[in-house]
Design a protein around this ligand. Structure first.
Ligand SMILES: [Zn+2]
Length: 157
């Protein structure tokens, strides 16, 4: 970070805290260099217990429905909205399953389990296909979108 998000001045001072150097503003703001984006991700099951995966149009890779939370939105609402936007399915009964981090892209994945209650697949800008897989069949799906998808798939199988 170059400029202070608090007052807009250049972050010119260095301050050493617990053997690490941080940039500090004359107004007192310290850049902890730890910001992350938060993505809400859904392991959505149909009434047969199969898990919904999406195929991303651009990369032709598979992942679980989800995306960035908008400011002002709860994580549950972000999960419901992203799942609907990417698949056309409406989910409910959300339960927190796990949280993953990936520092190389400053990302936190908040993963929910949920039940699909209605809807049907609608092709869209992001997703051109979906699959429903029994958890034991998750190992067969590839290519996967990224390392968090891989981690989550391994966790589920
Ligand atoms: Zn400042």
């Amino acid at each position: 970070m170059k400029y202070c998000p608090n007052c807009g001045k250049k972050l010119e001072q260095d301050v050493e805290i617990e053997n690490k150097i941080y940039h500090q503003c004359s107004c007192g703001y310290i850049d902890w260099d730890n910001w992350v984006n938060i993505s809400a991700v859904v392991i959505a099951r149909n009434d047969k217990g199969e898990i919904l995966m999406v195929k991303m149009r651009k990369s032709q890779t598979y992942t679980f429905p989800g995306g960035f939370r908008d400011l002002g939105e709860t994580l549950e609402d972000a999960a419901k909205r992203e799942c609907f936007e990417e698949t056309g399915f409406i989910i409910d009964d959300l339960k927190l399953l796990r949280v993953d981090t990936l520092d190389s892209i400053r990302l936190v994945w908040v993963v929910f389990e949920a039940q699909i209650i209605s809807g049907s697949f609608v092709e869209n800008m992001e997703v051109d296909d979906i699959v429903f897989l029994h958890p034991s069949a998750l190992t067969t799906i590839s290519p996967l979108r990224g390392s968090l998808t891989k981690r989550l798939k391994e966790y589920l199988t």
